[in-house]
Design a protein around this ligand. Sequence first.
Ligand code: MF3
Ligand code: CO
Length: 258
Amino acid sequence: MLLATRYFKTLIILKSQDEIKRIAEACRIVAEALDGVREMVSPGISTRELDSFAESFIRSKKARPAFKGYRGYPASLCTSINEQVVHGIPSLTRVKEGDIISLDVGVHYRGFYGDAAVTLPVGRVSEKARRLLTVTEESLYSGLKKAVVDNRLSDISCAIQGHVEAAGFSVVRSFVGHGIGRELHEEPQVPNYGRPGEGVVLMGGMTLAIEPMVNAGGWEVDVLEDGWTAVTKDRSLSAHFEHTVAITAEGPKTLTKL
Ligand code: MF3
Ligand code: CO
């Protein structure tokens, strides 16, 4: 790996093409695990069942669930239902028709990490919930499109925020996306809000996990007593989509897409 850019206190690790290939291998397992879990989501399934599937799937690929044990996090999957923003812990709770559920998976494979999340409707959901899911996913793609060489980091952030706020929703401030590679969380932080043209200049070889967290109401969040589960302060619905992307001379490469 190549040590790259120092920008104030930011040290961003640029990856070679070979390293990006290896991150892509971890990301492929992430995407396959998410696909499998996605198919299981229906009214009545418990979040623990989803977690067990994800863990055995990941281990069957000779990979390791990246979240399990990370700062004491107890599971392989984050399952965040309705007003839960991120980091919901799998439990005996069963999802029901009308819920939305965010599924976040990380994998460590042969020295590299991959990380992705989707939010799904459980059966039929409200019009507002559907719109929240659509707008949040679209905001991820509007950010991804800005992940090109010579743009600035906050061009990604600004595109996400612009798309979300135009739809009348809000972006979470206290959690951000991140660089990813030999560590799950590398520099830089990737906020989902900001003015354009600020932060580091994007370079080929940067690998980022871009992950808008979008609330139907206000942007403020609380963390529950379990020390993990983030919920909206006003208990409005929240959605979360995430991809790991490589910035290359040929443009952004989304690595967590099959
Ligand atoms: N996608 C999240 C992240 O970036 C999930 C982390 S869950 C944790 O960081 F348990 F690993 F913290
Ligand atoms: Co992440």
